[in-house]
Design a protein around this ligand. Sequence first.
Ligand code: NDP
Ligand code: 8X3
Length: 266
Amino acid sequence: MNNGNRGVVFVSGASSGFGMRTTALLATEGYHVIAAARHRDRLEDLCAKNTDLAVFPLEVDVRDREGLAQSVHRLPAEFRDVSAVINNAGLSKGFEPVQSGIWDNWREMVETNVVGLLNVTNLLLPRLVERGSGHVVNVGSIAGNYPYLGGNVYAATKAFVHQLTLNMRADLHGTGVRASCIAPGKAETEFALVRHGGNRELARETYRGITPLDADDVAEAVSWCLSRPPHVNITMIEIMPTDQPFSLGFVPPRTEPTGTAKGTDL
Ligand code: NDP
Ligand code: 8X3
C-alpha cells in the first residue's frame, strides 16, 4: 500500500538481494525509491512487479563516477529531492588466502565496495546537508568485525564501511543528517554465487545445515533505521543468523584461481 511520498530514497544494488527487497519494502511504505544497479532488465522487472508504487529504475555502475553523476542529473523531477541513501551495492570475489590473492578480484571489490560507495556518497550527501535533514544507511558486514579464513580484502572493504559510517556521524554533527551502518552475517542472496564465480554447488554449500538470514531481514532493518524519529540515530546494527558462529562456520573450499593477474607481478 502506497501511503504517499515519505521522501526519496536512493538504493544502490537494487537489482538483487537486500537492495531489491529494500526497494520493494520502502516503496510499499510510501517512499519514492530510485532503484540503482547495472542490470537494467532486473530493475525493469522490479518496477513491473510494483506498478502501483513509485520506483524509478536507474542503470548505473557505482564505480563509474561520471556516469553516475550524469544519471542522477537526469532524474525525473519527482525523484530529485533525495532524502536518504542506502549504500548497499557490493560484492565479494574469491576465498583465496591473502598470500595468493587474485589482483583482479581485489580490485573489483575495492572499486565497488569502497570507491563505488564513496562515489554515491560524494554525489548525494551534499544535497542531504543542504536540505538540513536526511539519512545515509551503509551496508557493512560482520566480515568487517571478525576475521575468517579467506575473508581478507572483502572483510577489509567492509571494515572501511563501518569506520566511514562512524566518521560520517562525527562530521555530520549539527547538519540534521543521520548515518547508520547495518552489518549482516550470512544471508541467502546471489552474494555467494558471485563470490564463487557462478559455481552453484559451492554457493549452496555456504548455507548448508543452517537457516541463513534472508533479504527481508536486512530490508526490515533498513526500514526501521529510517523510521526512527529525527532525534534518534541508529549507529550500528549487527544481525547474524542464530545458526552462525562468529566465523563463517565452515572451512572455505579452496578453488583454482580464476583471475589472471596475481599480486606477484606488481
Ligand atoms: P547480491 O549479489 O544479491 O546483490 C548485490 C547487488 O549489488 C546487486 O543488485 C548488484 O547489481 C549490485 N552491484 C554489484 N556491483 C555493482 C556495481 N558496480 N554498480 C552497481 N551495482 C552493483 O548480494 P546481497 O544483496 O547479499 O549484497 C548486498 C550488500 O550486502 C553487499 O554490499 C554485500 O557485501 C553485503 N552483505 C551481504 C551478505 C550476505 O551474506 N548476502 C552479508 C553481509 C553483507 P548489478 O549486478 O545489477 O549491478
Ligand atoms: C558476508 C557475510 O558471514 O558470509 O558479508 O562473511 S559472511
